[in-house]
Ligand binder design. Structure first.
Ligand SMILES: [Zn+2]
Length: 188
């Protein structure tokens, strides 16, 4: 990271007005263009900068690396019911055998099978590996003695964000470290 770093490699970490990341998963970042526009609109406070400078004939500025919104955005939406968020809630673990898998090796399972009236909802869908999904088939949990490790429910946005913290993105600039709580070492 220096004065010649390509602009595309200078995203800004976006914090809410309470200086916590707007989102952990995916981590809230803006491109340098969005970041610069926000600085000019004065909707953000610059907390940290890259060494990388951009210039026009009239002005020059260091690209921001950490920005905080001036106005607080409440984060109390209900999370989207997507495959991805179900996997995240379940920590990428098959809820039957308890093993961890990559996204492409996971599927989801209806605890009460659809053929038995089970619905596609947060409280009836769990993460499963292909083998367990096939093994369980159209049986009720008590018929095959396969129960989810954790009773499925709808997580709050806060809970999903907490789970997301366990899966840090590949790019983390060192200036972001003060504002994040990953359990990993930051890029030096
Ligand atoms: Zn399994």
């Amino acid at each position: 990271m220096d004065v010649t770093t390509p602009l595309d490699h200078c995203p800004a970490l976006i914090l809410n007005a309470d200086y916590r990341p707007l989102s952990y998963f995916p981590l809230s970042t803006w491109s340098w263009q969005e970041a610069v526009k926000a600085v000019f609109r004065e909707t953000v406070t610059v907390l940290s900068e890259y060494e990388r400078v951009i210039r026009s004939p009239a002005w020059e500025m260091k690209l921001p690396s950490v920005l905080a919104l001036r106005e607080y955005i409440p984060n109390n939406r209900t999370p989207a019911f997507t495959r991805f968020n179900v996997f995240l809630r379940d920590g990428y673990r098959c809820q039957y055998c308890g093993r961890k898998f990559r996204t492409q090796d996971l599927t989801f399972d209806h605890v009460i099978p659809r053929s038995r009236g089970g619905r596609t909802t947060w409280d009836n869908i769990v993460t499963a590996c292909q083998s367990c999904n096939i093994l369980k088939g159209n049986r009720m949990p008590h018929e095959c003695h396969m129960y989810p490790q954790r009773e499925p429910d709808r997580p709050s946005v806060f809970e999903l964000q907490e789970y997301g913290r366990k899966f840090p993105p590949s790019f983390l600039h060192r200036s972001w470290g003060d504002f994040l709580y990953w359990d990993v070492e930051l890029e030096a």
